[in-house]
Ligand binder design. Structure first.
Ligand SMILES: [Zn+2]
Length: 402
């Protein structure tokens, strides 16, 4: 989707989405003056609700409370090494060996991990025998409207995402992690993305709540400010349908924690806007269950990219699975000291590859998107002006964040 054209020119995801929203809603209801022709309730929840109603989502979302949650977080040792009893490279572990179905799943997963190969790098790469992230599972779903052919990842990554989402739902039972694009089945260029080429990248939408009631709000690509606040603006020209939302930092931390603690696949980068990094670190101090080492790792691997600012989702990039490095997978820079230690431990070279780019993707500039949006009401205008203040990456002075 337009919104996830990473490391590209200035881009306004919200505007593009809102343009889409207006388009879809126009198809659903006759648009009149503000307040006269209201979209149906479902559509008022956002762009994706409108998409869902037209695209016949295969199965209902279901009640998160029904989920049986494996102890995924416990499967991962906090200091980055595999937990006792969990083979290296198998972050997933086995949730419940007494269940034959789980044992079969574990065997299938192990075979898939062995078959999956990431080659090249995120901006110029391929994926062999990747697996598809299911449309939904314990604690997660793929974002409605995202194309299933962009939902393939390295088996290690897909397994880790599923486990982390399950762990998150055990902490925050009424939330669901919503995933955007991963990669194509064979890798290569994913339209709208400059990376995502070899099965080791994924976009994660913010878990959100209604600002007032704190009830869960479906994750959309909504840009958030330094307070973690934003709006689903709905009809851009109409202030009446705006819904204020806030980031659910606890749910996001519950999802990130097991990923940040894993050695395979190891998180190489979290791309997100600096003000949201600051907010998440402040929120981390209020979560007694959160492993300090996960927070330390988060501090190290988070950076705001050159553009766009990643204020409407977080992009996770993983290092190469160790087994793939000899098969041509190239680690991105930087190689942190802990990564160098892991590589050294298995006799692999401790170096990052120079970045290459393959393939072209269309991007939309902020100015283009704003022009295309047509009429927008004053609050949207003000938010977009405010958004400019955090659109350029700050000079943090931190190592590894240029
Ligand atoms: Zn991305």
């Amino acid at each position: 989707m337009f919104c996830v054209a990473h490391e590209s020119r200035w881009l306004s995801c919200q505007i593009v989405l809102l343009v889409l929203a207006v388009g879809w809603r126009a198809a659903l209801v006759p648009l009149g003056a503000c307040g006269e022709a209201r979209p149906p309730q479902g559509a008022r929840l956002g762009v994706e609700s409108a998409l869902r109603s037209r695209q016949e989502v295969a199965a209902p979302v279901g009640d998160p409370g029904e989920n049986v949650v494996p102890e995924a977080a416990a499967d991962i040792e906090r200091d980055g090494a595999a937990a006792p009893g969990v083979a290296e490279g198998e972050v997933d572990g086995t949730p419940d060996a007494s269940e034959p179905a789980h044992a079969l799943e574990a065997d299938a997963h192990e075979a898939a991990v062995k078959a999956s190969v990431a080659r090249g790098q995120s901006t110029c790469g391929r994926l062999e025998n990747g697996i598809e992230l299911p449309a939904r599972g314990i604690g997660f779903e793929r974002a409605p409207g995202k194309r299933s052919e962009h939902a393939f990842g390295h088996a290690l990554v897909v397994g880790a995402l599923k486990r982390a989402a399950a762990a998150a739902s055990s902490r925050v039972a009424d939330q669901r992690i919503r995933f955007g694009d991963l990669s194509r089945e064979g890798g290569g260029v994913v339209p709208g993305h400059l990376s995502h080429q070899h099965g080791l990248d994924v976009d994660v939408f913010w878990p959100l709540r209604h600002a007032g009631s704190r009830a869960p709000f479906p994750s959309l690509l909504i840009p958030l400010d330094a307070a973690g606040s934003g709006h689903d603006y709905g009809d851009l020209a109409c202030p009446d349908d705006d819904i204020p939302v806030v980031l659910d930092a606890a749910a996001l931390w519950a999802f990130l924690e097991p990923l940040l603690g894993a050695k395979e696949p190891a998180v190489a980068r979290l791309l997100l806007a600096e003000h949201l990094r600051t907010l998440l670190l402040a929120e981390a101090a209020r979560l007694p269950w959160l492993a300090p080492k996960a927070v330390e790792r988060f501090r190290e691997v988070t950076c705001q990219p050159l553009a766009p600012p990643h204020d409407d989702h977080v992009h996770i990039r993983f290092f190469c699975p160790m087994a793939d490095i000899r098969n041509g997978c190239e680690d991105p820079a930087p190689i942190y000291t802990w990564r160098a230690r892991h590589l050294e431990g298995v006799g692999l070279p401790q170096r990052a590859s120079k970045r290459r780019r393959c393939g072209k993707t269309a991007t939309v500039s902020m100015a283009q998107a704003r022009r295309a949006a047509g009429e927008i009401h004053v609050d949207v205008e003000r938010f977009l002006d405010r958004r400019r203040t955090w659109s350029r990456p700050p000079k943090t002075g931190r190592p590894y964040c240029p």
